[in-house]
Design a protein. Structure first.
Length: 276
């Protein structure tokens, strides 16, 4: 890994034909490299595609650094050992910054992944009955998002002015629904023993749940801004030309096609959507 934007090292190529050293081409000498941190390998092929485009269009190489820990990519960008990262939504980044001195800045939108309500017993949210049980993720971010979805679906009403509600913030529960808090990755398993479950898209896909089987999908509206995923850079480096070129390449028709072909409706391109 390297600090900031590194100029590609000039290669000393020995060639003894005619007793001279072969010249290094201007193209090889000026090529720049930007390293992007991602979590897991699900987006690796997309970034490989972006790399091909940036090399051709900007003489810019884009490499990926794969992390398994959600806390490390922001630390690496903040200390300058990583150029960019692309793994988090705005809410996660904002909270990380609050605890770490606001050193990392979002420089480009990527996509949004709506969460969904599933049920093996009901075909519509209107089918829920008094006393039914719904499983929700037990971590703060996902639970708040799940409860907001259930409010939008008309199943509960939450206190006003709460950005990320908890079960204590349920103001009205006309069906006296019960809520089972489970680890986010256990949502698919909980679905079998409950009347419904709010499940993150990645875990639904891993469990081979068809997205089309969801009975309610989180709407994309003005409240969705915090759930949009972003490309992030060190705040002091946010305006670097090479970084803007990476963002521009990502935010393209080519990427839209890739997301559609690969993920269907799971990931929605977010850089040009209008939130109402």
């Amino acid at each position: 890994m390297h600090k900031g934007l590194r100029i590609g090292a000039v290669l000393a190529v020995s060639a003894f034909a005619a007793g001279t050293i072969a010249p290094v081409t201007a193209n090889a000498a000026s090529k720049k490299t930007v390293t992007v941190g991602i979590v897991g390998t699900s987006d690796k092929k997309l970034w490989d595609q972006i790399n091909k485009t940036t090399q051709k269009k900007y003489n810019l190489k884009v490499k990926t650094k794969v992390f398994t820990d959600y806390n490390q990519p922001n630390k690496a960008v903040a200390d300058g050992s990583l150029d960019l990262n692309s793994f988090q939504h705005r809410y996660f980044l904002n909270n990380w910054n609050k605890s770490n001195g606001h050193k990392v800045k979002a420089i480009g939108k990527t996509f949004i992944t709506p969460i969904r309500l599933y049920s093996e017993k009901h075909k519509d949210v209107k089918d829920f009955k008094k006393g039914d049980t719904i499983a929700v993720p037990n971590d703060g971010t996902n639970e708040g998002r799940a409860l907001t979805l259930l409010q939008t679906a008309g199943l509960i009403k939450l206190k006003k002015g709460v950005d990320l509600p908890t079960l204590k913030d349920i103001k009205k529960n006309k069906l006296d629904l019960n809520f089972k808090e489970v680890a986010a990755d256990q949502g698919p398993s909980a679905l079998k023993s409950t009347d419904g479950a709010v499940i993150n898209t990645n875990y639904a896909q891993e469990a081979n749940l068809k997205l089309s089987s969801a009975i309610y999908v989180e709407p994309i509206n003005k409240n969705s801004k915090q759930w949009i995923n972003v490309i992030a850079a060190r705040k002091s480096d946010a305006n670097k030309k090479a970084y803007k070129q990476v963002v521009k390449t990502y935010q393209s028709k080519q990427t839209k096609k890739y997301l559609s072909d690969t993920w269907g409706k799971a990931e929605v391109p977010a850089w040009d959507i209008k939130l109402k």
